[in-house]
Each structure stands twice: as C-alpha cells, then as structure tokens.
Design a protein around this ligand. Structure first.
Ligand code: SF4
Length: 325
C-alpha cells in the first residue's frame, strides 16, 4: 500500500488533492502548520469531512525567524510567502521521511497565482525544499514533470488532474464527483497579510532584539494597543471579555491597571515600563472609563508582587490617539 502525506490547509484545492489520490487506492494523511498567525481550524474541519488523519506541526519558530529576516522579502504586508511556503514544504519533507511516506502532495494548481504558482516557481520550490521528484501536485500533475512515484508506477499519472489557471470550473466538477458539501472560500486567513495586525507586529519586532516570544506575538491579537512616549507598551481592553483576559495576564507576571472609583477598562503592560509611562497608561484608561464630570480618577496598579493606587487626571483622546498602534 502506497502512503502519502498532503499539506491540508482546509481550502478546497488541498481537499481535492487528497480525494484524487485516494481515488486510486493511495492511503493519504494530512499535515497542517500552526503558528500565532494561522491556526488549524479549517484543516481540522476538512480532515473530519474527508475522514483523514491530520498531523499538526508547530511552525511558530520557523515563521517568526522568517518574519525577522525573510530571504525573499515580504508580500503586500509582513507575509514572507515565498520563504514560508518553501519552509512548510521542507518541514513536510522531514515529516515524510521520518514517517516513511512515499511523497508529499499539495493542492497547488499550475498558474492559479501568476507569481507563486507558475511553472518556474513550482519547480523552484521542489528544488529548494530538497523534494524534487517527491513533491506531487495532483490537480495539475499531468501538466508538470512526472514525480518518482509516477515514474515507477506507484501512482497512475493518467488518473491525476490537468488543471491550470484561475478558472474554478474543473474544481467544481470534482466537488460534485467527491460529494464535498462544506469547504471554505479560497481566501487566506493568515494574519501576516493583514495590515492592521502587521502595524502592531512591526512595532513589536522594532522593539525586540532577536525574535519576540510567541506569547508576546499572541497578545498582538488584542485590538487596542499603545506605544507610549517613554517606550512602554500597553493593551487596553475593549470589552468585558478583553478585560477578563487581560487580568489573567497577572499570573504570567505582567503588570495590570484598572480603574477603582469608576467603571473602566483593564490595561496590561507588555515588557518594561517606566513610572512616567505607567502614569500615562493610568490616565488613558481613566479617559476610557465611565467618568462623567469626575477629573480625579483612582487607578490601581497590580503586579505579582503587590498593588498600589494612584490618582490621575484623564488624558484627552486627541493627546494619546497618536500613540495607538
Ligand atoms: S499567506 Fe501566510 S501562511 Fe500563507 S504562505 Fe504567506 S506567510 Fe505563509
């Protein structure tokens, strides 16, 4: 029995690649990568629908290193797609060898994306990942050079696809053939392509020597963040759920601020902060609070070592808006 491993993002093409191979009796399993920028939900859903075993590879260190220094640069935001894709294929190749699988498959379609999926790019990825001859694109296989398992007859090339370009009609026919009912749209889902998120990410990288810890990157998902004038960074909760989550960061050794004499948001401090920035942070949450005409707001500063209260005058929105990331 031939066993293969396929990159399963959860997108339709990655599902169809598995269906095409299974149709000729090949035993397929999926791999998906997780990091602070993309998760495994769609892949898990797809794997459940296809009833394939899914292996999750932690890709956090790989992708953070690439965001720090992408050999082939970034796409439209902070997405190092060329290097990210090659690194994923390389990791899948390691997984293939360790698990004794015969090849790695992907759902890539020739010429679907003019830059990253033209013939030359597909060949370059196969070569640079060290998987030449073992990297199969089942949806377009008949239009590409045959891989080793096709050449030695373990895979019947005639039963693979010859799809090229952006027209999705051939995929829709396969959807019918395999009875797929639930699949996500081809859109991304990678935070590295979102400009708003990348503003915060760039700030974090600019203020970190080397590679920031995964926990700090995860915290960028809170939307309201500020870089204060003396260099401190705070997150200010937007709603009750945020406030509860930010309070819980005290257990991780972070400093927390919250208003005492009025209802208001919680803030968490990320990294080092000066006393001046702490006072500024307190004045910001004082302004976000339900202060009415009060001008003296009591804010509690809580650290794992203890707490103290300070009284501040709320800052005006126009004064701190420029510090928002
Ligand atoms: S969109 Fe994100 S996950 Fe996809 S290749 Fe680019 S950086 Fe990697």
């Amino acid at each position: 029995m031939v066993r293969g491993i396929s990159l399963l993002s959860g997108g339709l093409d990655s599902m169809l690649a598995i269906c095409l191979l299974r149709e000729q009796g090949i035993e397929m399993e999926g791999v998906v990568f997780k990091s602070p920028f993309f998760g495994t939900k769609s892949a898990e859903k797809a794997a459940a629908q296809l009833n394939v075993k899914l292996h999750v590879i932690d890709f956090s260190d790989d992708i953070l290193a690439l965001v720090r220094k992408p050999p082939h640069g970034f796409g439209g935001a902070m997405n190092p797609c060329i290097d990210c894709h090659a690194a994923m294929i390389r990791r899948a190749g390691e997984f293939m060898r360790a698990g004794g699988y015969a090849f790695v498959a992907t759902g890539e379609v020739l010429n679907q994306r003019p830059m990253s999926q033209n013939r030359r790019s597909l060949e370059t990825v196969a070569e640079t990942s060290g998987l030449k001859g073992l990297l199969l694109r089942p949806l377009s296989a008949q239009l590409l050079d045959p891989t080793t398992p096709e050449l030695d007859g373990r895979i019947d090339r005639a039963r693979l696809g010859a799809i090229s370009g952006r027209n999705r009609q051939p995929q829709m026919e396969l959807v019918k053939r395999y009875g797929l009912t639930d699949y996500p749209s081809p859109a991304g889902g990678c935070l590295l392509t979102e400009k708003g998120f990348c503003r915060k990410l760039k700030d974090l990288f600019d203020h970190t020597d080397g590679i920031p810890p995964v926990a700090d990157v995860e915290l960028l998902k809170f939307s309201r963040q500020f870089r204060l004038p003396a260099g401190g960074r705070i997150i200010v909760g937007r709603n009750r759920m945020d406030n509860v989550a930010l309070k819980a960061l005290l257990k991780e050794g972070r400093t927390i601020l919250h208003t005492v004499n009025i209802p208001g948001p919680t803030a968490a401090v990320l990294g080092e902060i000066t006393e001046t920035d702490l006072q500024t942070a307190a004045a910001i949450i004082a302004d976000y609070g339900d202060k009415g005409s009060l001008t003296a707001i009591v804010v509690r500063i809580v650290t794992p070592q203890g707490s103290r209260e300070i009284t501040v005058k709320p800052l005006q929105r126009c004064d701190y808006q420029p510090w928002m990331l």
